[in-house]
Write a protein that binds this ligand. Structure first.
Ligand SMILES: [Ca+2]
Length: 195
């Protein structure tokens, strides 16, 4: 069962009929409540996550529901891409599912048709880093999701990019930073760009 579910998480298996099932399961983990009143913006159409660099600890990030119960979620002031902190996820379970991590709920800002998420990630041991972005309607119905390639064996921070074509009736998004397998994953420098 785990093997089947884990396969659905690979973007390479988008043609697999189970992929959508995996995404729906992911969306079911995302609740549309407790949305922030606003997100901090920068100029030029760019939009920054508030606390996307974890300089303010875990503020605005919440644990993903339904995890393995084997993961410690904290900030790391020793290993980071920039600033004084990065997010550090330490997972003991070697199983891939259920994934652990944190998520942030974001209101849609304007009528952009595409969102680009940029982040930096580092991994250790056999842990896998998986980032996903889910679009939800105003009543919390799952619309679409994009999932980045699982990242492993990355001893230095690397910049990654993930984009999402935004359906017209999107009201909000859920961004998830997850860990699967045993080991450590660090995330830092998250940015959101609109197109
Ligand atoms: Ca940082």
């Amino acid at each position: 069962m785990n093997r089947t579910l884990s396969d659905t998480f690979f973007p390479g298996s988008r043609s697999c009929p189970y992929f959508r099932v995996g995404i729906v399961l992911l969306a079911l983990l995302c609740t549309p409540s407790d949305l922030p009143a606003s997100q901090k913006r920068s100029g030029g159409g760019d939009e920054l996550f508030e606390n996307g660099g974890f300089e303010d600890g875990l503020n605005r990030w919440t644990p993903i529901d339904g995890g393995s119960g084997s993961t410690t979620i904290d900030v790391d002031s020793e290993i980071k891409a920039s600033g004084k902190n990065a997010l550090k996820l330490v997972r003991k379970s070697p199983r891939l599912f259920p994934p652990d991590g944190v998520e942030m709920k974001l209101d849609r800002q304007g009528q952009q048709r595409k969102l680009i998420i940029e982040y930096k990630v580092r991994t250790d041991d056999s842990a896998r880093a998986v980032v996903s972005l889910v679009a939800l309607s105003s009543d919390g119905v799952f619309l679409v999701a994009t999932v980045d390639q699982p990242i492993t064996s990355l001893r230095k921070f690397r910049r990654q990019k993930l984009s999402l074509a935004v359906p017209p009736d999107t009201e909000r998004f859920v961004l998830s930073l997850a860990i699967q397998g045993q080991g450590t994953v660090w995330y830092d420098d998250l940015r959101l760009r609109r197109k």
